[in-house]
Write a protein that binds this ligand. Structure first.
Ligand SMILES: NC(=O)c1ccc[n+]([C@@H]2O[C@H](COP(=O)([O-])OP(=O)(O)OC[C@H]3O[C@@H](n4cnc5c(N)ncnc54)[C@H](O)[C@@H]3O)[C@@H](O)[C@H]2O)c1
Length: 485
């Protein structure tokens, strides 16, 4: 096995000319050895990666290195390990961490525009990868990640932890797919999550001295930040700018998009899609919509996704709920419906709303990654990179439609979406919700994107060059995501 793997990695290097392929990897160690993990980006979510792996010490897992482009965050992280008498490697540039042959796996929680490049470089350096959702910043690079995982024989887990609800949500998926509620009519994802204004700056903000901004931007354009919200000009609010983030659809929403697709069992991108929405209710620096509907016209049953960042009404702090879920999934079937209200449970109801069955339970998503690193079987992963790519891409294609859209009157939008199952009803509910937030749709018009046809196998739009151009980012050298054939 060891010899075969070494042969494979060497021949990959010879045939592709990639800049380096490390020969060492966990697969070449004996099973009792410690598995050394490096965490990349830990200002927010990466903190849970660190604690997640720390909990697995008894299983032979060790956080061996930390990397963050913000020196203050890096220093604090290292100091926390020092306090407990544990030495960790400390890096600003992830490439230097990848040079360290003692690191077996990396865990990536940087902003989205870095996910693909950091993952592919890590795989080329011989590491297994846990990468946060959305796994990609555009459709094309997600596919390169899948190709890289297969080509270099690496284990790549997507950070959609609800996939580790194997008995809970997974139990409901199996039950529905066995036909216990009849055919699926519609899979609906909901992301009703409060998102306030990030404020409005009138000039570019100064980058804090602790941040290596060239590395923070990486593959994205090196432009000064035009924001200065609660977390300052760099961290977190990038989610709401297209160069780095994907809006709440690709932030919170990707979790529910993934569950909604899981129920449908679809393993290709949708053959036709459109999106409508806007950033409404306040004026701030951000670009992405805070209110959005997505329609993926899968043949068997559509997938509709609804994003609401505003509360149930102008005076309230509460968010809307639909059939008991706010951030969740509702699967409508001939004989009733299933509600997934969180990351670890599901409940089935008949047509009258009477509870029929419940599922509960979740496993540790980090532990699942480690088990697969040891078994070397991608089939052991609860959220293999292919699943992450497809669900992330469903957010990206929807955002492409939205970004190609035009502002329109409410009546025009209704005319355009007529005929798509339940689209009109979903839109009517969205318009009502905006009305309760005192948004005047005659003045602040919504943007409706074109209905785009997609060749799901090729992951290319049909007859639309402008939309196809948006499937792949323009990368800033030397931070160029390589094509993996
Ligand atoms: N699975 C979940 O439940 C969950 C929850 C929250 C966030 N996330 C995901 O985690 C990722 C990070 O989100 P966040 O909210 O923590 O963002 P954040 O901006 O708060 O933190 C990102 C950190 O990455 C660092 N960073 C940026 N570029 C880097 C690079 N090239 N090398 C090393 N460090 C770098 C930043 O300095 C910062 O400390 C996002 O992709 C997000 O979608 C997942």
């Amino acid at each position: 096995m060891t010899n075969r793997r070494r042969f494979l990695t060497q021949s990959v290097a010879a045939s592709t000319g990639v800049f380096y392929i490390a020969k060492t990897s966990w697969a070449q160690k004996s099973p009792g050895d410690t598995l050394n993990v490096g965490v990349i980006g830990f200002g927010g979510r990466g903190g849970s990666h660190i604690s997640g792996y720390n909990k697995l010490k008894k299983e032979g897992v060790r956080v061996a290195a930390l990397c963050d482009v913000d020196q203050n965050i890096l220093n604090k992280g290292v100091a926390n390990f020092d306090k407990n008498g544990q030495k960790v490697g400390s890096y600003t540039d992830l490439r230097r961490m990848l040079d360290d042959k003692s690191i077996d796996a990396v865990s990536i929680a940087t902003p989205n525009h870095w996910h693909a490049l950091a993952s592919i470089w890590a795989m080329q350096a011989g590491k297994d990868v846990y990468v946060e959702k959305p796994v990609s910043h555009c459709v094309w690079e997600g596919r390169q990640m899948v190709n890289a995982a297969r080509k270099y024989n690496k284990i790549v887990q997507t950070g959609t932890q609800s996939r580790s609800s194997v008995e809970g949500i997974g139990g409901a998926v199996k039950w529905v797919q066995e036909g216990n509620l009849g055919k699926i009519l519609l899979s609906r994802g909901l992301c009703y999550k409060r998102r306030d204004s990030i404020g409005k700056t009138d000039s570019v903000a100064k980058v804090p001295e602790s941040v290596n901004y060239d590395l923070w931007c990486g593959p994205a354009p090196l432009e000064p930040p035009h924001r200065n919200g609660k977390k300052g000009p760099i961290h977190y609010d990038w989610h709401w700018f297209w160069a780095y983030g994907c809006g709440d659809l690709g932030n919170q929403g990707i979790h529910q998009m993934d569950i909604a697709r899981w129920f449908l069992g679809e393993m290709e991108l949708s053959p036709r899609l459109w999106s409508v929405g806007g950033r409404l209710g306040y004026v701030d620096d951000a670009e992405t919509p805070n209110t959005q509907i997505v329609y993926h016209a899968y043949e068997k049953a559509p997938l509709i996704f609804e994003v609401r960042g505003l509360p149930e009404n102008k005076e309230s702090k509460n968010m809307d709920k639909f059939k008991g879920a706010g951030v969740g999934v509702i699967v409508e079937c001939e004989g009733g419906y299933v509600v997934v209200p969180n990351y670890s449970s599901a409940a089935a109801y008949d047509k009258e709303g009477k509870l029929i069955q419940e599922w509960k339970g979740s496993e540790d998503h980090f532990a699942n990654f480690i088990e697969a690193c040891r078994s070397r079987r991608k089939e052991d992963l609860n959220a293999d990179i292919l699943e992450g790519h497809l669900s992330s891409a469903l957010c990206h294609t929807a955002n492409i439609s939205y970004r190609l859209g035009k502002k329109m009157k409410q009546g025009e939008i209704v005319d355009q979406i007529k005929g798509d199952y339940d689209a009109e009803a979903s839109f009517a509910r969205m318009a009502e919700h905006l009305g309760k937030n005192e948004v005047d749709l005659a003045k602040d018009q919504l943007t409706l994107g074109p209905s785009l046809k997609m060749d799901g196998k090729a992951e290319r739009f049909i007859d639309n060059d402008t939309a196809n151009d948006m499937l792949k980012d323009q990368y800033r050298a030397p931070f160029v995501v390589p094509e993996i054939g």
